[in-house]
Design a protein around this ligand. Structure first.
Ligand code: ADP
Ligand code: ZN
Length: 725
């Protein structure tokens, strides 16, 4: 009988999906399975694709499929369905969705060849004692003694003791060689750690989640920094493992530190797979297959780990659920939490969202009892929350303290004298953010974007933080040729210089995107600071997340209001989260911590809520604003970006899009725009935005799909659709 396969072919630069039917040659019939990658002829080329279906007849003339690439399907049935759902929810192509779900090595048409790594092991052919009785040479005995309990041993290790003895032992038949796969990513062996005795709130949280196993309830674990959320996760996972199920743990990329992984590894040694962007493609490939083969019961990973092919999931945990990193900012624009919800439904397992500062949407759902609310109100190890002070920088500028307030300066000296550590947060990298000529008023701007260039002293150039444009800087103004360039605006590099001058005896280290471009630098800086090789750590928000340095007793936030002024409806929410997170770095141990917020808006309500550590006060205030302005969680929001290198095309297409939407959408939906986006020109591309606010509109998805297809007809214009909540 003739068999056929339906293949989703990866056609480069096509944004629509195409499936094609191919005939399966007889010798491949047993090899072709749904979810595997295959090679097919396509015109004059050959392309890779995924098998989506197998048929026993075909009405059309078909070509033969060429080759099967996988031994096992790379996409199981759950993942095939999840990809379809993602494609429906994000309006992205199915092949883009499958691409986003798979590690590079397993995507169709990636073009790079990544193989398994095999290494040679030695095995004993008889018991250790037998062999030791039979050999007389002491170096041969040394080699045999390396073997633990007759387990295989890496040949390279034995060779280090005596390569010639290994040769002899092989020749005599006491040893044999075996080739085995070795996973390239290995966690350190850790001493197993005892679990902690939970406090009543933690116990209540664990009990509530455990009694909900088999249901797909969503929980909000709302606990201040250091309240013991991670301990709750660990104890829930223990119960999951007792039921022979698996656990999926998501954390923001930046919080996925060696310290965090070690905490899990100490509790559950040997069964953890880790997925994050710090791994090489080969390491990711190995971790992925470890999961696929059922050799890992716990997966810890960043956003895309939500797609790890775990079977029989017993709990899904999303730590720091408010983190923006869970949303992918290019196609497919999926949110990991939504994907996790779908998987929680499929696996009938609870989903736990943990945060000190939940998003408004999450908190609103908890208050409406759509999520089960689990509060942790105290720090777990008796540490008290830090004391937060707000300093008015307008006063400080008058007193010639524009960078460090007198208060912060005094506190730094005090802490340094006590041999305690200090963290300083400044959310702007580079040296100076504006270079202006005092003679003619010229300011360096990016020629491709709508933004000033930042001076980077370490690389002696000007850089655009949007498109990466760089330019060498001259001493003379390029316009009037006077030697009158002034450097304004404070970035982390300038702050570093300033701090080194102000506290010459302190050991200072900087952490930001520029200081951590080399692989392993992030780990090195955090470990060194942890071991108190430095007294002051300064950096961008990179230093504010999840890090736990017991000896830090002072956190200074230099521009606490910077993020308030970003034109985005979430800027208050993000500021509250950032400042609370950063404050939470102080006093995590016995010595109480202190936090100083420097601002030009000392009366700002959000800052006051941070100072009082009153999330609910912030929540109520912000919910009122959202209600008045018809923003999420009261309305759903979809942002359409219409982009083109041609200003006129973008502008026209945006106007046409608005008319189209108005004719199709429900009358209760609000369509705003077109307006120029907050970054109007990026890399010479003009951005126009349309906002759709709606409560329920069954026409929305079909209408946007239609619009997408209409705009595709104009090759000069691109449409991005972003669903927010
Ligand atoms: P979070 O994840 O909420 O920031 P952690 O789980 O990291 O909090 O806990 C903060 C600190 O308190 C850690 O050092 C942890 O070991 C400790 N801890 C957590 N739970 C307990 C407990 N029940 N008893 C004692 N110490 C605890
Ligand atoms: Zn630019």
């Amino acid at each position: 009988m003739n068999m056929y396969a339906e293949i989703l072919v990866e056609i480069k630069s096509k944004h629509t999906d195409k499936t094609f039917t191919y005939h399966i040659p007889e010798y491949l019939v047993s090899d072709v399975l749904i979810g595997k990658r295959v090679v097919v002829p396509f015109g004059r080329q050959t392309l890779e694709g995924y098998v989506l279906n197998i048929l026993d007849h075909s009405d059309i003339d078909t070509k033969d499929l060429i080759e099967v690439l996988d031994e096992e399907p790379v996409l199981n049935e759950e993942m095939l369905d999840l990809g379809r759902e993602m494609s429906r929810l994000t309006l992205s192509s199915l092949s883009a969705c499958y691409g986003a779900m798979l590690p590079k090595a397993l995507k169709a048409k990636h073009g790079t060849q990544i193989n398994k790594k095999y290494i040679t092991f030695l095995k004993l052919t008889k018991s250790k004692e037998d062999i030791l009785d039979n050999v007389s040479s002491s170096s041969q005995k040394d080699v045999i003694n390396l073997f633990e309990d007759n387990l295989p041993l890496k040949k390279t290790i034995a060779n280090k003791v005596s390569a010639s003895s290994v040769k002899t032992l092989l020749k005599k038949g006491y040893l044999i060689e075996v080739e085995e796969e070795e996973y390239r990513y290995q966690l350190k062996k850790e001493e197993q750690e005892e679990e902690k005795i939970l406090n009543p709130e933690q116990q209540e949280a664990v009990d509530a989640i455990v009694s909900s196993f088999e249901s797909s309830n969503t929980f909000l674990l709302h606990g201040v920094t250091g309240s013991g959320k991670t301990e709750v996760y660990l104890q829930v996972i223990k119960k999951v493992l007792e039921q022979e199920k698996t656990a999926l743990v998501l954390v923001p990329e930046i919080s996925l530190t060696p310290q965090l992984v070690a905490r899990f590894n100490k509790r559950f040694p040997g069964i953890i797979a880790v997925l994050h962007s710090g791994l090489s493609d080969a390491e990711r490939y190995d971790e992925w297959r470890k999961i696929l083969k059922g050799e890992a019961s716990i997966v810890i990973g960043a956003r895309s780990a939500v797609f790890s092919p775990l079977k029989n999931i017993g709990v899904i945990i999303i730590d720091e659920e408010h983190s923006e990193s869970y949303k992918q900012e290019n196609n497919p624009r999926y949110h990991a939490t939504l994907m996790a919800k779908i998987r929680s439904n499929t696996h009938h397992c609870p989903l736990v969202l943990g945060s000190a500062t939940p998003t408004l949407s999450t908190m609103a759902r908890a208050l409406k009892k759509r999520y089960i609310y689990l509060p942790l109100t105290k720090r777990a190890n008796d540490a008290i929350l830090p004391n937060i002070e707000i300093v008015d920088m307008a006063e400080e500028v008058k007193n010639r303290h524009p960078i460090l307030s007198r208060e912060l300066e005094c506190k730094i000296i005090e802490k340094l004298n006590k041999n305690e550590q200090v963290m300083l947060l400044l959310n702007r990298r580079g040296h100076s953010t504006t270079i202006t000529c005092s003679s003619c008023g010229f300011t360096y701007r990016c020629p491709h974007c709508d933004i000033t260039l930042t001076y980077h002293k370490s690389s002696k150039n000007l850089r655009c933080h949007y498109c990466g444009y760089t330019k060498y800087i001259d001493e003379y103004c390029p316009k009037c040729h006077e030697k009158a360039l002034n450097y304004y605006g404070l970035g982390t590099e300038k702050l570093e210089e300033f701090i080194e001058n102000a506290f010459p005896r302190a050991r200072v280290i900087r952490m930001d995107a520029d200081a951590t471009t080399r692989k392993g630098m992030y780990e090195k800086i955090t470990t060194d600071f942890y071991e108190h090789k430095y007294d002051i750590l300064l950096g961008t928000q990179m230093i504010s997340k999840g890090l736990d340095f017991p000896n830090v007793t002072l956190v200074g936030i230099l521009n606490a209001d910077a993020s308030l002024n970003i034109p985005d409806y979430r800027s208050n929410e993000r500021t509250y989260a950032l400042l609370s997170q950063a404050s939470g770095r102080a006093g995590r141990n016995k010595t109480p911590g202190e936090v100083i917020l420097q601002t030009f808006y000392p009366d700002n309500f959000i800052l006051k809520c941070v100072k009082e550590n009153d999330y609910m006060k912030f929540f109520k205030y912000e919910m009122n604003i959202r209600k008045t302005l018809k923003y999420p969680p009261f309305y759903f929001l979809t942002i359409l970006k219409i982009k083109s290198k041609d200003y006129k095309e973008a502008s026209n297409e945006a106007k046409k899009a608005k008319e189209f939407l108005e004719s199709k959408l429900d009358k209760t939906s609000i369509i705003l725009g077109p307006a120029t986006a907050s970054m109007f020109v990026v890399n010479n591309v003009y951005h126009f935005e349309l906002l759709i606010k709606y409560r329920f509109d069954e026409n929305l998805i079909p209408t946007l799909k239609e619009l997408d297809e209409l705009i595709l007809l104009n090759s000069k214009v691109q449409l991005d659709i972003d669903f927010l909540d």
